[in-house]
Design a protein. Structure first.
Length: 267
């Protein structure tokens, strides 16, 4: 697997990702003064069918999606697709979005790369990436998120028939990490979206890598805001990162501001 050093920190654009998720009324002047979503969600209890195909491999995933618990209940760009903040459920997989980028990259690597592997997904949301890993044959998968997301995660794991080898766990970034016998692959898609959580995510990544030093970390990210640059300023204290450039699609999704990175702990 060939990687190229990522020389500079990613530079985010000026768009405010949280514009649609303010506590004020939609369109009000104080939208930008709020942090967390409180407005009526644009959809609840919807579902989508996704197909990941690469030569020799085909993975079908059925997802329940729900904006009620928060933005994690939607399959966002690093792991999957959204059309806009009103979200059209007819939407099909768009590989140029971060969840889809990471999911398709795992599919392209194929089942052989999952043989005997224990995978852990951070900020799983709908559980898409972890479910793809399980369907590719990983014998042990942990999908993790905050408590409000766990019912949706559990429902999606069961819906896709991977409950026997996929465990749903609460994992709040910054808290003590659970004890795992071994973790071979750490997955994170579109986890850079809330600035106060940046140091907490970095702490969790650092502690997971220290507990499992031989693990591989794949990190899919979409540039959105200049503030996101702070995350990479914090991350570089403990990690180096490299563009995953053995993916034939990487030049395509890079034009959409998406990067698929491999993180390596500094010694």
């Amino acid at each position: 697997m060939i990687s190229t050093p990522h020389a500079d920190e990613p530079v985010s654009d000026d768009r405010d990702f949280l514009r649609g998720f303010s506590k004020g009324n939609a369109g009000s002047d104080d939208d930008h003064d709020a942090i967390l979503p409180a407005q009526k969600p644009s959809f609840r209890d919807e579902s989508m069918e996704l197909l990941f195909e690469t030569p020799g491999t085909s993975i079908n995933v059925s997802l329940s999606v729900d904006a009620g618990p928060g933005c994690g209940g939607v399959a966002w760009p690093a792991g999957e697709v959204r059309k806009n903040l009103e979200f059209t459920m007819i939407d099909l997989l768009d590989v140029e979005k971060p969840y889809g980028v990471l999911s398709k990259y795992l599919t392209r690597r194929g089942s052989a790369c999952m043989t005997g592997k224990t995978c852990l997904e951070l900020g799983s949301g709908t559980g898409l990436v972890g479910i793809v890993a399980a369907k590719l044959g990983a014998p042990r998968v942990f999908v993790t998120d905050q408590a409000p997301m766990l019912p949706l995660l559990d429902a999606n794991v069961r819906k896709n028939g991977v409950a026997g080898k996929t465990k749903v766990l609460e994992l709040n970034w910054g808290d003590d990490i659970p004890t795992f016998a071994a973790v071979d692959l750490i997955l994170a898609a579109d986890c850079v979206y809330f600035e106060p959580a940046f140091p907490l995510l970095c702490k969790t990544l650092r502690e997971l890598q220290d507990a499992h030093p031989s693990s591989e970390i794949l990190f899919s990210y979409k540039k959105r805001r200049k503030a996101d640059k702070r995350f990479f300023s914090l991350l570089k204290k403990d990690f180096r990162w490299y563009e995953v450039d053995d993916d034939p699609d990487h030049l395509v999704y890079k034009r959409d501001g998406i990067s698929l990175l491999r993180l390596a702990r500094k010694t």
